[in-house]
Design a protein around this ligand. Structure first.
Ligand SMILES: C[S@@+](CC[C@H](N)C(=O)[O-])C[C@H]1O[C@@H](n2cnc3c(N)ncnc32)[C@H](O)[C@@H]1O
Length: 313
């Protein structure tokens, strides 16, 4: 089967698809985890490549995404298992299947088009919807709650830290003055007014929306948690492929792989090693893999994508 198979409708166009499948080089009877299975695009490629006996465990917090993945990947049953769970629980989910180690793990850390295109999910300011932004409906805090209850200083801090937004204080003040706010359009308008409207390529609310989404879903903390667990889950020679979409996530992944690929992590000025650290991975991509100009034109989501790969020693 090929990627263009009729089962593989482009609801969400997977980014750096061939590069990820190539990096994981799936084989039969290998075991694989897709921690962010989404619409199943990358998972499809792995399942296709590890025929006839390779298996894949797909995790996602979003039940709507899992429903789509389930339909699309059913052609590979019984080699695929899908579970609504955070990738931070991957060791537990593997244990349930009786898997001790796996041969490849992938994490595609963006928002899927399925989520962006549904106004009721509240991820996008391009359409009007409630200020939700949760990947899982079971998560307790929504963006609406943050926007309407956080003290102004905490909002400013959040927008600065997770959105790298230079006008965070001004935006937080405008939100605090205008609230309560209930919809994506209301919030986008308040931010646009506070910042004087569009200047460059980005919509003025882009960074604020990114910051709220990261905070609502505790994205950076979850990435920090999963990386050592993923290395633990891999069999020697197994590969971890992580696709990030902004510098905050990429920095965490880059620093983790750099550190874990060194035998000593003592400060460089220290003459003798006292850390007793040993490298657990090989850094396969010293520089991240990025999309070609052709892919960027075809799929704007690919513009900011960085793919990093580590191999378990
Ligand atoms: C960019 S999409 C993945 C798309 C997928 N690679 C494909 O080809 O269709 C990212 C997915 O990660 C999910 N997600 C975000 N945080 C998660 C977490 N902590 N655990 C599991 N899934 C998560 C989102 O719900 C979303 O469906």
């Amino acid at each position: 089967m090929t990627q263009a198979d009729s089962q593989n409708q482009p609801l969400h166009q997977p980014v750096l698809y061939h590069q990820i499948i190539h990096a994981l080089h799936p084989f039969s009877p290998g075991l694989y985890v897709d921690g962010t299975v989404g619409a199943g695009g990358h998972a499809w490629g792995v399942l296709d490549a590890c025929q006839p006996e390779g298996r894949l465990l797909g995790l996602d917090l979003d039940p709507q995404a899992l429903e789509i993945a389930n339909q699309r990947l059913s052609v590979f049953n019984p080699r695929v298992t899908l579970v609504q769970a955070s990738y931070a629980t991957l060791l537990e989910q593997m244990r349930r299947l009786g898997w001790q180690h796996v041969n490849g793990i992938m994490l595609d850390l963006g928002v899927s088009s399925i989520q962006l295109d549904r106004p009721e999910r509240g991820f996008s300011f391009l359409s009007d919807g409630p200020l939700d932004m949760r990947f899982s409906p079971e998560q307790p805090t929504t963006a609406e709650e943050m926007v309407n209850t956080f003290p102004e200083a905490d909002l400013a801090d959040l927008i600065w830290r997770y959105g790298e937004e230079p006008q965070s204080r001004r935006i937080a003040r405008a939100i605090a003055t205008a609230r309560p706010l209930y919809t994506t359009h209301e919030l986008a308008e308040v931010v646009s007014r506070a910042t004087g409207g569009r200047r460059g390529r980005l919509h003025p609310a882009t960074r604020t929306f990114q910051a709220l989404r990261i905070a609502v879903n505790q994205e950076l903390q979850t990435i920090e948690t999963v990386l050592p667990l993923a290395v633990k889950a891999l069999a020697p020679g197994g590969r971890l492929a992580v696709l990030t979409f902004h510098s905050l996530e990429d920095r965490i992944v880059k620093q983790f792989i750099r550190r874990e690929s060194k035998d000593c992590i003592c400060p460089p000025e220290q003459p003798d090693c006292t850390c007793q650290h040993t490298a657990s991975v090989i850094d396969i991509t010293r520089h991240p893999i990025v999309a070609t100009e052709e892919e960027k034109l075809d799929n704007p989501r690919a513009r900011s994508a960085h793919l990093r790969i580590a191999e378990k020693r």
